[in-house]
Design a protein around this ligand. Structure first.
Ligand code: SF4
Length: 87
């Protein structure tokens, strides 16, 4: 097998066997815009409604869905020293 072939592995994610690119497994939080967003408060009553809907869809279908683009993103004030929004 060629060295540059990317493996797609299967593992148990919260009780469901799922497939994932091995090189991307565990990178969701690094890629998802929500983790940089002022409105992302997972588990809180005032968590972003869109993020809640994305999460519900993930639970229903056993998916991991990073948000790459969002029209209502607001940079977290706590991260303003590391990121800049360019309009
Ligand atoms: S506003 Fe967009 S980026 Fe922010 S938490 Fe909601 S879905 Fe994620």
């Amino acid at each position: 097998m060629a060295d540059d072939i990317v493996k797609i592995i299967k593992y148990d994610h919260h009780g469901t066997d799922v497939y994932v690119r091995e090189d991307l497994k565990g990178t969701h939080a690094d890629m998802c815009l929500c983790y940089l967003c002022e409105d992302f408060k997972p588990g809180d009553d005032d968590n972003c409604m869109v993020a809640n809907e994305v999460y519900k869809n993930c639970v229903e279908f056993g998916l991991v869905t990073p948000v790459y683009e969002c029209p209502v993103f607001k940079l977290s004030k706590a991260l303003e020293d590391r990121f800049e929004v360019v309009e």
